[in-house]
Design a protein around this ligand. Structure first.
Ligand SMILES: CC(C)(COP(=O)(O)OP(=O)(O)OC[C@H]1O[C@@H](n2cnc3c(N)ncnc32)[C@H](O)[C@@H]1OP(=O)(O)O)[C@@H](O)C(=O)NCCC(=O)NCCS
Length: 189
């Protein structure tokens, strides 16, 4: 892929899950997921209304050179289970930032680590990005577990680095390099 091309969110098989491009008809399921307290607390999505959710989804339907997002779906039912994607994607610098969430009913089955790992493998294999960064609020321990299980290495604490619900909090920074050993993962059904 050339650095100025928009990467394509092709269908990916993640073992116990499937990653596919977002669709306009995902709006109802995404909006339902956004009602969750954990999503509102830690998602950093600024989605307070259905219109906000439509704008959020609209950004995922438009190809752009600096982002790449997938809907995570159950391969059996096709139901929306979550989201994974990269923003600040810069093949020239070889950098991207990963973001993710899992719908409440799909949590605790190892889906987020599997989705993050699947997306990272694809990014490393198809672009010049060789470092993916992951940030989460220190109190969001579940997200730290996702980082660890998806093969990221803890790199440090960023003081008052991101605003959550209007309050700036410290975050942990993790990173995965293209030549880091990939994790051995599977989802629990
Ligand atoms: C963080 C999050 C993505 C984890 O997704 P997941 O698919 O449940 O990931 P896992 O199944 O690997 O669980 C990760 C950790 O979540 C916790 N967890 C387990 N079951 C859970 C449940 N039913 N509900 C909430 N958290 C649970 C555990 O600490 C688990 O770690 P463990 O495997 O060592 O026990 C998900 O909780 C979420 O979407 N949270 C809200 C949005 C968010 O925080 N996004 C990340 C922003 S940086």
């Amino acid at each position: 892929m050339q650095p100025d091309q928009s990467p394509e969110p092709v269908d990916l098989d993640g073992g116990g899950l499937r990653l596919r491009p977002w669709r306009a008809d995902d709006l109802d399921d995404a909006w339902t997921a956004f009602q969750d307290e954990q999503m509102r607390r830690w998602g950093g999505l600024a989605v307070d209304s259905r219109e906000d959710a439509a704008a959020w989804l609209g950004r995922r339907l438009e190809p752009a050179p600096d982002r790449l997002h997938w809907a995570v779906v159950d391969p059996g039912t096709g139901a929306l289970a979550g989201s994974v994607g990269f923003s600040f994607l810069d093949p020239v610098e070889g950098l991207a930032m990963v973001g993710y969430w899992t719908a409440p009913a799909s949590r605790g089955r190892g889906l987020a680590p599997l989705a993050v790992d699947t997306a990272c493998r694809h990014l490393f294999a198809t672009t010049a990005v060789d470092r993916v960064e992951l940030f989460h609020a220190i109190a969001n321990a579940a997200s730290g577990r996702v980082a660890e299980k998806a093969g990221f290495t803890w790199e440090g604490r960023l003081r008052r680095s991101h605003r959550y619900d209007g309050v700036k909090l410290d975050q942990f920074l993790w990173a995965r390099l293209a030549d880091d050993p990939p994790p051995a993962l599977s989802s629990r059904s």
